[in-house]
Design a protein around this ligand. Sequence first.
Ligand SMILES: [Zn+2]
Ligand SMILES: [Zn+2]
Length: 208
Amino acid sequence: MPDRMRSLAEFRFDEAIEAAEVYLDTGTELELTARDEAIAYAHERGANLVAWYSAGEVVPSCVVAKVSLPLRWERAPLDEPTRDERLWFEAPCGRDVLVGNGHTFTGRIAAWCPHEGVSYNVSRADLVVMSEEARYFVAGFLAGSEPGCPMDVDGETDEADVDAWRAALARFRRTGSWYGRWGTCRVCGCVLLPDAVGDRCHEHPSAG
Ligand SMILES: [Zn+2]
Ligand SMILES: [Zn+2]
């Protein structure tokens, strides 16, 4: 699943880096260094020690970079959202258009209804009749939304995990749903793959 953007409030530099030791990027290698020594190293170079990537790590990796005070963030322009009429699909009210990421469950796509003037989310399985452009938009969107393969802390993957992951992804490309919760089949009690939304396994689809 795509990571969430990190909060601006998580930015840490110099003494605000809460760690006794850091991995200091000296330009050639990451060197395990006492935090205060690393701060001195940065200050000697007219710069600061910036925690580069520290999400959940005991020993954060740090780079030497100049921080201007008072602290401020880059200002990048906000684009006006655009709607492309070619991304239409048949909805009960007529032709609605796909507009982007729904940002709820993985694979949910944001749609716009010009008839009611409302935004809502759809999944691949909801789209039956659509333009060729919409079909490719959805395929690309889902490919980019695929969750990664399960991996342990050492970066190892389990063979059963890989098989399950590939089967779940194959179904995800058809349904566009990735619920990400554990559940079981109400008929046979097997544990459903994490993309599954309902309470029935592949072998026990609901009647009708
Ligand atoms: Zn509509
Ligand atoms: Zn079953």
